[in-house]
Design a protein. Structure first.
Length: 213
């Protein structure tokens, strides 16, 4: 069984790192998944480390996903977390930065992660609860903890039902109360399987503090 919720990340007011005109470069504000297609239902094909530079080929017009190249890997990343020399995320400022508009045509053999098929393949469907996840500065955003091997082993060996959020999941993101999380025994963590990624969540603030890979 899978559960779908709605999420939105707000990163206004960021002091961003590098220029991001189409075909040049942008930097990842935090460790950021690269996916096979423009959406969290697609397979994770790599990770862009925080502050690493990628080439931005362009962004979709109606969705906050950008086509990027990092090293030898080409894929898609959330434009909310790709930053330029402006005080806002690249996606919201793509006209100002002259970022190209690109399209995505889903092929018959497109890989969708987590067993998601049908209408979800082209873009996550908003859930009935309308839950919104938040990410912001001053809350440890982008800073991961270092859990013990016992904790990560427990998470790997005790899978839970997938949850799908309309947006990328990163360290520092706040998980709303509407989302059910599972306790890691004898620890300060919850855990969940969100958008094809296992995450540890701090219990009191319900913020993602570690990505289990």
């Amino acid at each position: 069984m899978s559960i779908t919720f709605k999420l939105g990340a707000t990163l206004s007011g960021l002091l961003l790192a590098s220029s991001a005109y189409a075909g040049t470069s942008a930097s990842a504000y935090t460790d950021l998944n690269m996916r096979a297609g423009p959406g969290v239902s697609y397979e994770i094909i790599g990770v862009i480390p925080a502050a690493e530079v990628v080439t931005v080929e362009g962004c979709l017009d109606a969705s906050n996903w950008c086509r990027v190249a990092y090293g030898e890997v080409n894929g898609w990343a959330s434009g909310d977390y790709l930053t330029a020399m402006v005080e806002a995320p690249i996606y919201a400022n793509r006209e100002r930065l002259a970022v190209e508009t690109v399209t995505y045509e889903k092929s018959a053999d497109s890989t969708i992660g987590g067993g998601v098929t049908g209408a979800v393949a082209g873009g996550i469907l908003g859930g009935p609860l309308g839950a919104v996840i938040g990410a912001g500065l001053g809350m440890g955003f982008g800073s991961a903890v270092a859990p013990t091997e016992r904790v990560t082993t427990y998470v790997m060996e005790n899978p839970v039902d997938p949850i799908y959020l309309d947006g990328e999941i990163v360290v520092g993101a706040g998980i709303p109360e509407a989302v059910t999380l599972t306790e890691v025994p004898e620890s300060e963590f919850y855990y969940a399987y969100i958008n094809g990624t296992r995450v540890l969540v701090e219990r009191e603030q319900r913020r993602v503090v570690y990505i289990v890979r």
